[in-house]
Design a protein around this ligand. Structure first.
Ligand code: UDP
Length: 478
């Protein structure tokens, strides 16, 4: 019988496993698309059963597009939660625990079955790209002799901050009390001393009351666990985060900064990928076609963030008072505790509500003048790549770091972190849409978009890192 080693030599087979949330799936599917296009690899893209069902239902065209490729397939395993349980922001920790404890057997079985017992006759998995939010799957794969590369879907800057949690604790900068001055600078995160304040730290830092806080430790450990892998992939580019990337190299000498991945995919394949867990309403593109150039503010708080009814109304008043037009993504679960506030907005003439939009296409539309965003990393790079200025209202996690990059480092937007009052909303929208400030933001944002285009094009930094990644996956598979 042919040995497993000999089989490995036959064909490289890459397994890709994103954390089961929208932003992670989008980014890693884009990477999978680019890798599949590069050729030479078989790719199995692993989802949870729950998301697999949603994606097949809501994104059938994306699913069938991939399924037509002979060397690409989707697989799925259970996430261990009851099917009717929501997988929204309040269940994220529960989801992680469930994946670690209840999905591990299925995952191990899938790896062991690949090769000899594979029902489709595919060769064994030779390399594993795992979402760094789930390092336990990396450990399992490596224990079975399969080399793993970690993909972190957050910014290099956010990762760098998480990695410095122990340093901030040692320096007495963490934890801080609830009444501490949030504008106090943070000094123990190298290369970020000039702009990082307490206010800009990930939300888990504000919530921690003691140095031994479990969530703080968890995030620091998860971030450090990537050092046990064969390399680190980031959805960023030198033109976005060069100073931080030069720091992260000290910990991760093999880093692939291949982003923004949606731009890379477009540059390589001349098409885009976005697999939605909710039904995309494409009629908004027709509505945008009927609007004047740069007259619409696009508003989205991503796939998880929630607003209180009060916050929703403050935004609504601010938007209406600004006199501009709005395209506002209001997911069914966006406003915690009721639909009354949403109903009030539905009758506004200049505000078009949508449950889920084709965001990449919306941001590219000539009618869009600015993006009011929660500063999730995907939304941030999608906006940066199209040169659309941002108004940032980060809600939690790494979003607080990203919005500081946008407002203070890149200067392609305004950061209204922590304050949600109608007067401020109105002022921010006006500043991003009209007058001198808007011209300045647009100019800097347009320059950044050009840099991004260069980076993902032939010979650009991100493209070269991507090509190196392809070569390394092939050589790890030997
Ligand atoms: N997105 C979308 N349609 C929408 C809102 C968001 O396709 O109406 C996509 C967006 O393009 C991005 C992802 O959902 O790729 C959100 O990821 P991000 O990291 O910005 O935020 P998260 O949802 O993880 O908080």
């Amino acid at each position: 019988m042919e040995s497993a080693k000999e089989k490995l030599k036959q064909e490289a087979h890459l397994l890709i496993f994103p954390f089961p949330l929208q932003g992670h799936i989008n980014t890693m599917l884009r990477l999978a698309d680019a890798l599949s296009f590069a050729g030479g690899l078989r790719i199995s893209f692993l989802n949870t059963d729950h998301n697999h069902r949603l994606l097949s239902f809501f994104s059938p065209s994306q699913y069938s597009r991939f399924s037509l490729r002979s060397k690409f397939r989707f697989l799925s395993i259970p996430d261990g939660l009851p099917d009717d349980k929501p997988r929204s922001v309040n269940q994220v920790i529960e989801l992680v625990i469930s994946l670690r404890t209840r999905s591990m057997d299925s995952f191990r079985e899938l790896l062991l079955a690949s090769g000899e017992r594979d029902p489709d006759g595919w060769p064994p998995v030779t390399c594993f790209i795992v979402d760094g939010a789930m390092p336990f799957f990396m450990d399992t794969a490596q224990a079975l002799g399969i080399p793993a590369i970690v993909f972190r879907t957050i910014s290099a800057s956010s990762l760098w901050v998480y990695l410095h949690i122990p340093h901030m604790i040692e320096a007495g900068e963490l934890p801080f009390s609830g009444d501490a001055d949030l504008d106090e600078p943070i000094k123990s995160v190298p290369a970020m001393e000039s702009f990082l304040r307490r206010r800009d730290l990930p939300s888990i830092c504000r919530q921690a009351t003691k140095a031994e806080d479990e969530v703080l430790q968890l995030f620091a450990n998860i971030s450090a666990s990537a050092t046990r892998s064969k390399g680190l992939i980031l959805n960023t580019s030198n033109c976005l985060e060069a100073p931080i990337l030069s720091q992260t190299h000290s910990l991760f000498p093999i880093t692939y900064a291949v982003g923004p991945l949606h731009s890379l995919v477009e540059s390589i394949t001349s098409s885009s990928v976005s697999a939605s867990l909710l039904a995309e309403d494409r009629s908004v593109l027709i509505w945008l076609d009927a609007q004047p150039d740069r007259s619409v503010a696009y508003v989205s708080f991503g796939s998880l963030a929630q607003l209180t009814g009060e916050e929703f109304l403050e935004f609504r008043h601010g938007f209406v008072n600004s006199g501009h037009r709005f395209l506002w993504v209001v997911r069914p679960d966006l406003v915690a505790g009721g639909t009354a506030a949403v109903e009030m907005v539905e009758s506004e003439e200049r505000v078009r509500l949508v449950a889920w939009a084709p965001q990449e296409e919306v941001l590219r539309h000539r009618a869009v003048g600015c993006f009011i965003t929660h500063s999730g990393w995907n939304s941030t790079v999608e906006s940066a790549a199209t040169g659309v200025p941002m108004v940032c209202w980060p809600r939690a996690w790494d979003q607080l770091v990203n919005s500081r990059l946008v407002g203070e480092v890149w200067k392609v937007g305004l950061d209204m972190k922590d304050v949600c009052r109608r007067e401020l909303v109105e002022r921010m929208v006006r500043a991003a849409m009209e007058g001198e400030k808007a011209v300045e933001l647009r100019h800097v944002a347009a320059e950044m978009a050009v840099e991004i285009g260069r980076s993902v094009g032939e010979g650009g930094d991100s493209r070269l890192d991507f090509e190196r990644l392809v070569r390394d996956i092939l050589s790890l598979s030997l």
